[in-house]
Design a protein around this ligand. Structure first.
Ligand code: DC
Length: 223
């Protein structure tokens, strides 16, 4: 029997860091669905598709064949056979992904891949609609969030560490815009599933959040 843990939440809440560590503790596979949306966004950018051209996004996404594999426990995303993992975490790709992921065709395109992975493996899957749409019967659902200010500060420090030019006010503005889009789109908007446990990480460090989620998992599984 496989076990599925869904972790949803807004941009910058630390989902990927936390989900990865929880997966490692439990020897589950970590599935980063945001990276799949980013790979489609990268494809659209490469093809010169404009953000406001929803028809073209719906058409062109079907030329983006996405698959994943694992190397040293790290998820690698392939776009039409090419490993594009190093190119996915830029602001440009993230902004395009936030727009193109609202397109119903794009969501439909990735739904089966995500469900198949969770059907065949014990996974910790993170995203925006995992607990609500992709895996409504997940064994454990977490809604991981933090204040906008906390998320902006974390993103700022992450970019600074990488030596990337960044401005904290710009990042905060970007996060607010992304929240607005992710939470108010027509298809699969970001929201907490009724049976998800809310974890606010604003005042918690990474090991504390991991410990809390593992406790929630133990409690659910012992019932
Ligand atoms: O988590 P992330 O920043 O890598 O996600 C990039 C974008 O993809 C984000 O703006 C929302 C979207 N996304 C989504 O709509 N559904 C998911 N399951 C994961 C990400």
């Amino acid at each position: 029997m496989v076990c599925n843990i869904a972790i949803d939440g807004p941009a910058g809440a630390g989902k990927s860091t936390i989900a990865k560590l929880v997966a490692k503790e439990l020897a589950f596979i970590y599935v980063d669905t945001g990276a799949m949306y980013r790979a489609i966004a990268l494809h659209l950018l490469k093809k010169g598709v404009r953000k406001d051209d929803q028809e073209e996004i719906a058409r062109e996404c079907q030329n983006a064949c996405i698959s994943i594999a694992y190397k040293d426990g790290e998820q690698q995303v392939f776009l039409n056979g090419e490993n594009v993992t190093p190119y996915l975490r830029t602001e440009e790709v993230g902004n395009m992904a936030s727009v193109s992921s609202a397109n119903p065709k794009v969501r439909e395109w990735l739904l089966n891949l995500q469900r198949e992975l969770a059907g065949q493996n014990s996974v910790v899957m993170d995203g925006r609609d995992i607990g609500t749409t992709i895996l409504p019967h997940a064994d454990v659902k977490i809604y991981l969030t933090a204040s906008v200010e906390t998320r902006a500060r974390r993103r700022f420090l992450e970019l600074k560490e990488k030596g990337a030019p960044c401005d904290i006010d710009e990042i905060e503005k970007d996060i607010r815009e992304r929240d607005e889009r992710d939470m108010n789109r027509q298809v699969s908007p970001l929201r907490q599933a009724e049976d998800a446990v809310l974890v606010d990480s604003s005042q918690l460090d990474i090991p504390e959040v991991v410990k809390l989620i593992l406790q929630i998992y133990e409690e659910k599984m012992s019932k």
